[in-house]
Design a protein around this ligand. Sequence first.
Ligand code: NDP
Length: 237
Amino acid sequence: MFNLEGKVILVTGGNRGIGEAIVKKLEKLGAKVAYTSLASKGNSSSLHIKADVTNEEEMRNAIYTVEMKLGKIYGVVANAGINRDNFFSDMKFEEWSDVLDVNLNGVYNTIKPVIPSMYKSNEGSIVLISSIVGETGNIGQVNYAASKAALIGMSKSLAAESARKGVRVNVVAPGFTNTHMTETIPTKVKEKIISNIPFRRFAEPEEIAWAVTFLLSPVLSSFITGQVIDVNGGQNM
Ligand code: NDP
């Protein structure tokens, strides 16, 4: 049904959290998966490449390796991301620039080397992982919200440019999800967030992965580009 069998798909930050759930789902659907991470390797037996998304050369080499070992890349999920939360009045420039570097420049470094071969073969699906915070803003996350909102503008512009080349570009914007990133939220704050989510809980990574695989599918989402799918339990309607 998904028609992802044999398709080569690269997931950045695929060793844990939402990225790992995406990798596992794609493996089950028969895709040829490659995933990157910064430090630790995940449990998956798919092709793992250690590469820092902020390093243009490392990402170019990573993509070359994927194409040499697995074949031409059909799909990319730009998932790697970080947060460095602080009130703006206290935010150091490094906290601002580190987040922009990984969450925005890292996406540039991930996608740029893949675009020529996608255009050449006239097919491809790119999914960027943004966040509910990129749409609504959030206290203590000026840097993170800026980076995640930027991905939405980026995807719509790239979608408009690349549709005639057969390439689709979409965004999944998760709400709060049970991963390492949200583990350290203090209980009181967590309870307050949950009281604003109609489903009264955080998402599980797999629930985000379903939306990503839908957007990767050349069949199920063939006429969808430049869109944002919110997976947030109704927190932002
Ligand atoms: P995790 O913190 O669990 O995982 C982050 C991933 O990004 C890890 O695989 C990490 O690799 C990788 N990563 C971080 N920095 C770099 C880098 N410089 N180069 C390469 N890889 C890097 O996060 P989540 O799974 O929660 O988040 C995944 C995505 O979803 C992020 O973009 C996040 O912003 C977004 N998101 C998450 C939400 C949530 O509530 N969890 C909500 C909305 C969006 P390593 O393990 O090697 O460090």
